[in-house]
Design a protein around this ligand. Sequence first.
Ligand SMILES: [Zn+2]
Length: 452
Amino acid sequence: MNDINITAYGATDFVGRSSFLLHDRDHNILLDCGLQLVPKQMSIAPKGVDNIAHKVDSVLLSHAHIDHSGYMPALSKHGFKGNYYMTHPTKEIVYKLWLDHLKIEGRRHWSESDLDKVFRRIKTTEYEKPFKVADGITARLINAGHVLGAAQILIDWEGTLILYTADINDRITPMFDGYDLPDEKIDVLLIESTNGDRYVPERSKIDVGLRLMAKQITDEKNKMLLPSFAVGRSQETLITLALDDDLNDVPIYIDGMINHMNMVTEHFLSDKWVSKRFLSQLKEAGLYSPFEKQNFIPVPSISNRTHNSRKYISKNEEGSIIVTTSGMLEGGPIHTYLELCGTNPNNVLGFTGYQVEGTTGRDIYDGNKNITLQTSYGQPKKINLKAKVMKFPYSGHSSVDGLKAVMEKSGANEIFLIHGDKRNQVYILNFVKDIAKPKILKEAVPTKLVSL
Ligand SMILES: [Zn+2]
């Protein structure tokens, strides 16, 4: 008897260190290998992956976010000798995120030379093109609608179809028209559960609010700070602002790693990677790239000039928008901007993404005004935040209706909820109970999926 099993090394009933091993007697395929980011502390590696790295045939990466990719460079150190498969955009994005991780945490998990080894063994692929990952096993990457290059992974394991959704979004977002689904009937579905009882509004409604507020705040010659995640949300926010002609005269400053990610995005503005609707919107607006607008101003990252630029941007008389990192206000240029313009009650701090508990962003989101900033001089500084706080409830993850639709259409007999906290998973279990009875995996315990 040969069974296909799954062992989770993270992201079971929580978000972080996504890493799942599919294995039978003869094969081992690893889906994602991420780190768990813990606010104000060092990241946590997926527990147990080091011991199995040597026997893994192939590693497949769904998308670049560090909670899915961050531990991957450690695998070769622990004996992994196979290839890493991902989409072209993911390769471009993840390399930058890995370099950034080295800057933040140093060589705790892996070094520059490990990074070189990984990079040489990455095989890139397009959506919807099956490729071999081991004898008798093929994989296909399917658009996830989450961030540029993000994929669901469909595995054909000697005729058994296993769909790992990773992070999916059902909503129409500036660059994507939601996720795609395979036509085939799926046997086993591993589905994310980030949003349970959290209502996800239609994007277009939030966009209207963002544009109106941006216009009003800048007309009154005030500053609107929009801390955003470097991969995904910042591009979406910028596109929303770029496609509003009412904002053509408003300076929009772009600071931090977002500028690099915008360039990467520009390389992939084709219908292979973004929606046709988005491409025709750009065409209508007469733009090759949304980031080439006259009023979009990248802040130079030359260290001795950067602070002066930020000071000028914050203190001048013009109304402007500043889109910068980090998205959860854990560090980065947003701290300098908050130091420079956060104490002015006429300015606005607008949240564009979910704020994880324990982050500075969450603290402010929940109403705390006394915050500690990490200044550009490296010294902590306490300020009393007086800028108005606004919340734009964007999400990169599917609504609960979208999750139910995947379960229904997949036809899967076995469904597992992954990548979500318990409260959301309980909500989903109840919400889908008329069509499915998903289970929740236990960490580091092999669970049988099917008998071959
Ligand atoms: Zn993600």
